[in-house]
Design a protein around this ligand. Structure first.
Ligand code: F6P
Length: 386
């Protein structure tokens, strides 16, 4: 294996999450210790590569990074090199700046670009690969919705934070005999809702993938009351919607590749439940709390494994690949294969079966199989603007 002093570029793109700094640390340590490679970090995702804003990251710079949330490089969820927002007068126009990015990469004498990000960043990275850049992807997102990997780093930390919150919510639910609704992030995927709902002992879990029947939700709450359990905990993914209804949009972010920001559907759910059951409800929206703070031990290890492997891939010149975890083994898949796709919760997922065996209501009638329910309801992707 012919390995000489290579220069690696690295960037973090999309929403931040716990574990980004742990990947950067692992990349810098492995590059330095195993190969004597140099690492250049681009600031604010692809924006830094396009605008030539970067920093050298040496071994001293990564001290204390393992447990630190966020990203020392900064990030952006608006910096698509192929559709880059540029202010002209009072208005943004979108330009293809991908050739500028390639030019900057080449003029810095870089041998590889490690891109840490979710689906938006991987779409851009797939495009940069087509333009000839030697890219390697590292899968990040609290949403856990990247295809090709069993898990992304950031997800476990988000589930830990949500579970701690649900544990706390339990006490007020029990003391006041209320229905407490906890809304979690996750965009179009219900992974965070499902995992934190099970870990936190939730009674009802509603996810974007399974449009809920409000009458089934209320029946579950009433059944619990009839059994003397005068409270219920409902965990809701931000993209959840009733049958025939719409997702609730909190805001539109212009210049972002995915403009829609979800959030707030639990208020609608609370008034429906109060209207039907006459039981008092309260809503807690966890939002960005799930993206902040120190990574969990699981995420520190996963992020570190991904970072170390990404540098070995640079050394082996295995470009155009995303490092992934499959059955707890590291492997790689083509970035082109993950581009433009989302990994959603399937009705037949083993963790769904776990939830059903526990008697958790997923918003469907108890006397109907989930598969039959899902295939019986019309799919609607309409979105409601608040
Ligand atoms: O993709 C991560 C995520 O936190 C989603 O769960 C959420 O819908 C979105 O990003 C929020 O984005 P922003 O930070 O732009 O509000």
């Amino acid at each position: 294996m012919a390995i000489s002093r290579k220069r690696i570029g690295i960037l973090t793109g999309g929403g931040d999450c716990p574990g980004l700094n742990a990947v950067i640390r692992a990349v810098v340590k492995t590059a330095h210790n195993d190969y004597g490679m140099e690492v250049i970090g681009f600031k604010d995702g692809y924006e830094g590569l396009i605008e030539n804003r970067y920093m050298h990251i040496g071994i001293k710079d990564v001290s204390g990074l393992l447990s630190r949330g966020g990203t020392i490089l900064g990030t952006s969820n608006r910096a698509d090199p192929f559709n880059f927002p540029v202010l002209q007068g009072d208005e943004y126009v979108h330009l293809d700046r991908s050739s500028q990015a390639v030019l900057n990469f080449e003029s810095m004498g870089l041998d590889a670009l490690i891109c840490i990000g979710g689906d938006g960043t991987m779409n851009a990275t797939a495009g940069m690969e087509k333009k000839g850049l030697p890219v390697i992807g590292v899968p990040k997102t609290i949403d856990n919705d990247l295809v090709g990997t069993d898990v992304t780093f950031g997800f476990d930390s988000a589930v830990v934070s949500a579970t701690e919150a649900i544990d706390k919510i339990h006490t007020t639910a029990q003391s006041h005999h209320r229905v407490m609704i906890v809304e979690v992030m996750g965009r179009n995927a219900g992974w965070i809702a499902l995992h934190s709902g099970i870990a936190g002992g939730g009674d009802i879990i509603l996810m974007p993938e399974i449009p809920y029947d409000i009458n089934c939700v209320c029946e579950k709450i009433r059944d619990r009351s009839a059994q003397g359990k005068n409270f219920s905990i409902v965990i809701v993914g931000e993209g959840a919607k009733p049958i025939g209804g719409d997702m609730v949009v909190a805001r539109i972010v212009e210049n972002s590749p995915d403009k829609i920001r979800l959030g707030g559907m639990s208020h609608q759910l609370a008034s429906q439940i109060e209207g039907i059951t006459n039981i008092e409800c309260r809503v807690t929206i966890l939002g960005h709390l799930l993206r902040g703070g120190a990574p969990s031990a699981f995420d520190r290890i996963l992020a570190t494994r991904f970072g170390v492997e990404a540098v070995h891939m640079v050394a082996r010149e295995e470009f155009g690949k995303l490092v992934v975890l499959k059955n707890n083994e590291l492997s790689q898949i083509s970035i082109q294969a993950v581009s433009g796709k989302q990994r959603l919760v399937g009705c037949d997922d083993p963790i769904i079966k776990t939830a059903l065996s526990l008697g958790i209501c997923l918003g469907h009638p108890e006397n109907m199989s989930l598969e039959d329910y899902c295939s019986s309801i019309p799919t609607s992707s309409k979105i409601k603007f608040e």
